[in-house]
Design a protein. Structure first.
Length: 119
């Protein structure tokens, strides 16, 4: 009986070892899937961070552009027309209104009429 019990113990040990090996193989497969998923999520997370940073920088640029646009005074329609005439080479100042600017030289009086502040 002793040999029979010893043989049965080895058979039982072999069966337990096979079950344990199967369980270890299953855990290894699960761990591989988890590690792959983790790597995918890390890559996706990095892409989302980069995208968020791009959006934030675009928003900051937009806000800065909006501030600059708000700080730059808009010309009234009449002043915009005077600016257009000035750019075409004509005086728009009170002294020489309508006469041609020689060699498109700048005129401080014209610029004051177009861009100067009126209260």
């Amino acid at each position: 009986m002793e040999k029979r019990e010893l043989y049965d113990s080895f058979v039982q040990l072999e069966a337990d070892t096979k079950r344990m090996l199967a369980r270890i193989d299953e855990m290894q497969t699960d761990m591989t899937q988890i590690l792959e998923r983790n790597a995918e999520l890390e890559i996706e997370n990095q892409h989302l961070r980069e995208h968020l940073q791009e959006i934030q920088s675009e928003e900051v640029e937009h806000q800065q552009a909006t501030k600059q646009h708000e700080q730059t005074p808009q010309l009234s329609k009449s002043r915009a027309n005077l600016e257009k005439l000035y750019e075409e080479g004509f005086h728009v100042c009170y002294l020489m209104y309508g006469s041609r600017r020689i060699d498109d030289e700048p005129c401080a009086f014209c610029l004051d009429v177009i861009y100067g502040e009126r209260h």
